[in-house]
Design a protein around this ligand. Structure first.
Ligand SMILES: NC(=O)c1ccc[n+]([C@@H]2O[C@H](COP(=O)([O-])OP(=O)(O)OC[C@H]3O[C@@H](n4cnc5c(N)ncnc54)[C@H](OP(=O)(O)O)[C@@H]3O)[C@@H](O)[C@H]2O)c1
Length: 269
């Protein structure tokens, strides 16, 4: 029987890696019933969490889920959707939710590849296993109700995050991607640049430098699949990368200019 009349949901997770498992723990704690499927066999780990794991995606889809929660990498989403036997869905009116860190890309794919009867909610929890390890209070949860007919299921799902104290923020996928290219993508790019420079703690660190090393460490914990997805599937990211290069070039020019000014003054003195 569907659980649409109660606040307890049956949620099936596709992509049970780092982030899928992180979300699952809170959902279990709240009393939702979870199942999962993934490329890798997480049967043992799922058992410990009290989650039924399906190696067979057909069987996973045949389970009567209220929500299918997509937690795969950005770059694998298209292939994952193509390999899903959608006709095995027990209920074609299922709510599909994605948590990818880019939004226009899943929105477009889900609208194109899912049956017309299925509802679509595109979301981005703006936190992860590190920033959310002590709870989700005051952390931002972005969402866009792309195609919602069953408002009850949708609001029950959103309540998972609202009841944990998240700052719930509704905005379009386009607006999200514009802002995320300026903020999250640049953060990850600086973090990875610092890693290329092998930035590490020294005995004379300022607080500012400690923050940079922490930034490097936290961005390097995320997979390169995640980082490259932020670039490949956000149409605003390339411009921001160019802006960053341009800004670094300008700062260097200011220093070179100052150096020639100082040298010029010394020569004429
Ligand atoms: N980490 C965060 O803090 C965070 C925060 C917000 C949103 N997100 C989003 O959540 C999603 C998952 O992130 P993540 O941190 O777990 O790392 P990720 O590297 O972005 O994604 C790993 C997940 O993708 C699956 N996957 C990768 N390649 C695949 C392929 N070719 N076919 C099928 N499945 C494939 C993995 O399955 P297997 O494990 O079975 O290999 C795993 O479940 C991403 O879309 C990310 O943008 C992450």
């Amino acid at each position: 029987m569907s659980s649409s009349s109660s606040s307890s949901l049956k949620i099936g997770i596709i992509g049970f890696g780092t982030f899928g498992q992180f979300l699952a723990k809170t959902m279990i704690k709240q009393g939702h019933t979870l199942t999962a499927t993934s490329r890798t066999d997480y049967s043992q780990h799922s058992l410990q969490l009290g989650i039924q794991f399906f190696r067979d995606v057909n069987e996973f889809l045949e389970a009567d889920n209220d929500v299918i929660l997509i937690c795969t990498s950005i770059i694998s989403l298209s292939g994952v959707l193509d390999s899903m036997p959608i006709s095995s869905l027990k209920r074609s009116s299922t709510l599909f939710v994605d948590v990818l860190s880019v939004k226009e890309h899943p929105r477009e794919l889900l609208l194109r590849k899912l049956p017309e009867e299925s509802d679509i909610l595109c979301t981005h929890p703006m936190f992860g296993p590190e920033s959310g390890k002590n709870g989700w209070k005051d952390l931002t949860f972005m969402y866009d109700k792309v195609r919602i007919r069953d408002e009850v299921i949708c609001s029950n799902f959103l309540n998972i995050f609202a009841t944990e104290g998240c700052r719930m923020l509704q905005m379009t996928c386009e607006e999200h991607d514009k802002l995320a290219a300026k903020s999250q993508f640049i953060t990850h790019t600086i973090g990875r640049t610092l890693a290329e420079m092998d930035a590490k703690f020294t005995p004379i660190d300022t607080k500012g430098f400690e923050t940079l090393v922490q930034l490097k460490d936290s961005t390097m914990r995320d997979s390169f699949d995640l980082y490259s997805g932020l670039f490949l599937h956000n149409r605003f990211a390339r411009q921001e990368l160019e802006n960053l290069e341009h800004a670094l070039h300008k700062v260097k020019e200011m220093l070179v200019q100052r150096m020639s000014d100082v040298l010029g003054t010394e020569k004429t003195a």
